[in-house]
Design a protein around this ligand. Structure first.
Ligand SMILES: Cc1cc2nc3c(=O)[nH]c(=O)nc-3n(C[C@H](O)[C@H](O)[C@H](O)COP(=O)(O)OP(=O)(O)OC[C@H]3O[C@@H](n4cnc5c(N)ncnc54)[C@H](O)[C@@H]3O)c2cc1C
Length: 399
């Protein structure tokens, strides 16, 4: 599966920071992490803290899957609004999911500080806005629900949004949001993991896995073997190839970065934005004074069809930016596309699809993919030790 097109802005900005060797002989380890994106990096970091021996492999260069394409907005707000999630999954799971996503933003901020990553992590206010009557009605209901359950939210009317530079009817503003450079962060974290003892192999594909006694064996196309007590798949959207159950609807999504402004336009200095339309549009600033606009999702994942639409999406996203943010001279510079997927309830999948074997998955799908990966750090050891954890229940494969 080709999970992203060639020009994610982060790749061009950071170029290749470093590279790792590929696997040349069969080896044995305690834990094998498959996937060197942000999820694999966070999980490896956590396991090293717990004193585990970790080997991480990636079939590409590390951080060249979705994590390079991500627009990396951090929101505690899940793709499914809170009031709807309560209907779908009940009050307890819905509220704890929102609360834990919020905590994950600050946990990530702490990790960035801990590892001293120059990934421009910034806390930002999140503005969830509506530009039509239906969206407004939906937001009113969502606002009441969030207030009822103690989320710090503010209602913004048209005038207040106008002062912010946004042309929309109403919005919910939350203090807890953020953005950062996901590529730089993942590279920094993997480099630190390697320093702390993780063994990393890039350009090393795992073709299949099997159980042998109480061990797991992962096999490469060259028939090299990695024997491990546990295998953790942090394989993002490509995990659909190894999971029998249909857990996610895959589609294509687009992102556009503007040319750099002399200084970041006012709306983006302290805020990130997304709207109530379906599929939704979203907007954020970058540390080098660009604005990223995302959205324009298509319901297919075919990479050729997806990339054939890049020119069209260039105009489409530019037009939508200009519709919402008047008076900003947005000149598009880079466009890219990626595979994206949402689960039925907007929540991730964590743990063992087959409780009989030591093969675990960490799959943070959807617009909160990154916050879910941070949350999974908390549950991964319990998954390895076959212990209960609320996330392994709420986000388990048998839900
Ligand atoms: C355009 C776009 C915008 C997004 N915006 C946001 C956002 O604003 N906020 C947010 O939270 N999330 C966002 N996401 C989602 C977010 O990017 C993902 O949730 C996150 O990057 C997933 O990280 P990952 O490490 O799980 O997957 P990936 O980064 O895809 O890493 C998985 C790795 O596994 C490797 N792999 C797969 N199969 C094998 C195999 N068999 N053997 C060896 N290696 C293998 C791949 O090569 C890949 O490097 C966005 C995604 C896209 C595409």
């Amino acid at each position: 599966m080709d999970i992203r097109s060639n020009e994610p802005y982060w790749l061009i900005k950071n170029a290749f920071e470093s590279s790792y060797p590929s696997l040349q002989k069969s080896i044995t380890t305690d834990v094998l992490v498959i996937g060197g994106g942000i999820t694999g990096a966070l999980i490896t970091y956590q396991l090293l803290k717990e004193g585990r021996e970790v080997v991480l492999v990636d079939r590409r260069d590390v951080c060249n899957g979705s994590s390079a394409a991500s627009t990396a907005m951090l929101q505690y707000e899940i793709d499914v609004p809170l009031y709807k999630l309560i209907e779908q999954r009940g009050e307890e799971t819905a509220i704890s999911s929102y609360k834990n996503c919020e905590k994950a933003i600050y946990d990530l901020e702490n990790i960035v500080e801990e590892i001293d990553s120059n990934c421009h992590f910034e806390i930002r206010k999140s503005v969830y806005f509506a530009s039509d009557k239906d969206g407004e009605k939906m937001l009113e209901k969502e606002f009441r629900t969030r207030q009822k359950f103690g989320f710090a939210v503010e209602w913004l009317n048209r005038n207040q949004l106008h002062d912010l530079g946004l042309d929309a009817r109403v919005a919910i503003q939350s203090d807890s949001g953020g953005n950062f450079d996901p590529y730089k962060f993942t590279y920094d974290l993997l480099a630190l993991c390697a320093k702390k003892g993780a063994t990393i192999f890039d350009r090393t594909e795992i073709r299949k896995t099997r159980q042998k006694g109480d061990k797991m064996i992962a096999v490469t196309p060259d028939k090299l073997k990695i024997q491990a007590n546990h295998i953790i798949h942090c394989t993002g959207y490509e995990s659909v190839k190894t999971i029998a159950k249909k857990i996610v609807n895959l589609k294509s999504t687009y992102a556009l970065a503007s040319e750099a402004f002399e200084e970041l336009p006012y709306p983006f200095r302290n805020h990130i934005f997304w709207d109530t339309s379906s599929p939704y549009f979203y907007f954020r600033g970058t540390a080098d004074n660009r604005v990223i606009a995302g959205g324009g999702d298509e319901k297919f994942k075919n990479a050729i069809k997806r990339d054939a639409l890049l020119n069209k999406k260039w105009d489409f996203l530019t037009k939508h930016f200009k519709r919402y943010f008047h008076g900003i001279d947005f000149t598009p510079d880079y466009i890219w596309a990626g595979t994206f997927g949402e689960t039925e309830d907007g929540l991730p999948y964590l743990g063992r699809p087959n409780p009989e074997i030591n093969e675990h998955y960490v799959l943070g799908f959807g617009g909160n993919g990154i916050t879910y990966s941070v949350m999974a750090m908390d549950a991964i050891l319990d998954s390895l030790n076959h212990r209960d954890h609320i996330f392994l229940t709420d986000y388990g494969f048998d839900r």
